[in-house]
Design a protein around this ligand. Structure first.
Ligand code: SF4
Length: 118
């Protein structure tokens, strides 16, 4: 869903896309749409600019430069969080947490090993 959202934002080009238009194109509700937009922003693949539209504050979404995005996706490729079914419930201080996740720990250890052998 996030990759599909990113493609839609990318296709919007320089003019960007209102967050509400993204929700409609994805067929999701505003809560889910906001969550997706925030996750993409957190990953650094899109940026959100606050905008007053028809008297209401919203966000316009812009895709970051393609080469910059490819670096970020590649850098994080293989991270178990991207395909994890628990991601919406996972967070520091929660019962499900990155602080004691064996999948994430294994992934980080593997990355560290690979870096040692470069
Ligand atoms: S830290 Fe572990 S539980 Fe949390 S989203 Fe990543 S893989 Fe899933």
């Amino acid at each position: 869903m996030e990759e599909k959202a990113y493609q839609i934002i990318l296709e919007a080009g320089e003019k960007g896309l209102l967050q509400s238009d993204l929700w409609r194109k994805l067929g999701v509700n505003s809560r889910e749409g906001s969550r997706i937009a925030m996750k993409l922003e957190k990953r650094g693949v899109v940026r959100r600019m606050r905008e007053l539209y028809k008297g209401r504050w919203t966000y316009r979404l812009f895709a970051n430069a393609k080469d910059e995005v490819e670096i970020k996706w590649n850098t994080l490729g293989g991270c178990p969080c991207f395909t994890c079914t628990q991601i919406s419930r996972c967070g520091a201080g929660q019962i499900i947490s990155p602080n004691h996740c064996w999948k994430l720990t294994e992934y980080i250890n593997q990355c560290a090993k690979e870096n040692l052998h470069r």
